[in-house]
Design a protein around this ligand. Structure first.
Ligand code: NAD
Length: 288
């Protein structure tokens, strides 16, 4: 079975739209998201346009701030100071990657954690680690859990999840989310010994590596669920550019009980969960 991330993301957005309408009625406040884009990276441009479009579609306010490639770190930090204290801004997202002259970590740390809808600020990582309700959790990892639950049901307790990759953006936070869902979690990475044998034990495999088609069909336990986070641009046999995941889809599809495609799997969930975080941020700010 193919897990249709587009459809599941669309369902999530429909539910968010209804929640945003209720929130507006109850509090006379429209949740708002400000996206800051520095420079003119074409991939980032597409991501930002999609974020703006979908923010508006669920009934939230979208602000887009575009800065030139030459913007200095201190100019960006001054802008963030203003957004941090502006009560009409509930969520702030600085599109990554930033130009090389700007220290990404310093910028992430400068975002008000209550408005950090990417969930990358150290304070939000701590809240996730502690399992605090209302924590702003990184978007792609949230999407992975929702996709696994769409096939296996909400109760994932006892499932063995093997995560390939230990980045701060995907691997580490997704491992904490599955742990919270009462799974047994194994985190693997570039130095893991006998990776194939470890992956073979998984009921759920999350691949977040960045190596095209690395995970082969014979790495998988029959009937497992595969969540493919990877987005890799390759030139296919016909000489055309194609997007593929970290899992060899054709092989894996024959062994797994369910698998997310690339594109159309995890990708669409990331923006939907960003909108979920924006509403969460607005709710949290009201409660303060
Ligand atoms: P990263 O480069 O920060 O981390 C990659 C991880 O893979 C590292 O922890 C590394 O230890 C591990 N790794 C590298 N080589 C390995 C090997 N041979 N065997 C096992 N592990 C290995 O990448 P990231 O930011 O976590 O992203 C991973 C992939 O997910 C990329 O393709 C990225 O484009 C994609 N991604 C997709 C979304 C989405 O919305 N769908 C969001 C974020 C990232």
């Amino acid at each position: 079975m193919i897990i249709d991330g587009k459809q599941i993301a669309s369902n999530l957005r429909a539910s968010l739209k209804a929640q945003v309408t209720d929130f507006k009625k109850q509090h006379n406040i429209t949740p708002s998201l400000t996206v800051v884009l520095v420079g003119n990276d074409p991939a980032s441009d597409v991501y930002v346009r999609n974020k703006v479009k979908q923010t508006l579609e669920v009934g939230m306010i979208s602000n887009e701030i575009r800065l030139s490639q030459q913007t200095s770190e201190s100019e960006l930090l001054t802008l963030l100071d203003e957004l941090n204290t502006d009560d009409s801004v509930h969520g702030i997202l600085v599109q990554l990657p930033l130009p090389k002259a700007i220290d990404e970590q310093r910028v992430i740390s400068a975002i008000n954690p209550d408005k950090d809808v990417d969930g990358f600020h150290a304070q939000n990582s701590g809240r996730l680690l502690n399992g605090e309700p209302g924590a702003l959790v990184p978007c792609t990892p949230q999407g992975c859990v929702i996709l696994a639950q769409s096939h296996l049901g909400d109760d994932l307790s006892g499932k063995h999840v093997v995560i390939i990759g230990r980045s701060n953006i995907v691997g580490k936070p997704v491992s904490l989310l599955f742990l919270q869902a009462h799974c047994t979690v194994t985190i693997t990475h570039s130095r893991t010994a006998n990776l194939k044998d470890v992956v073979k034990q998984a009921d759920i495999v999350v691949a977040a590596v960045g190596i095209p088609k690395m995970v082969k069909g014979d790495w998988l336990k029959p009937g497992c669920v595969v969540i493919d986070v990877g987005i890799n641009r390759i030139t296919n046999e016909e000489g055309k550019t194609a997007l593929v995941g970290d899992v060899d889809f054709i092989e894996a599809e024959k062994v797994a009980s369910a698998i997310t495609p690339v594109p159309g799997g995890v990708g669409p969930m990331t923006i939907a969960c960003l909108l979920k975080n924006t509403l969460q941020a607005a709710q949290n700010q009201l409660a303060h």
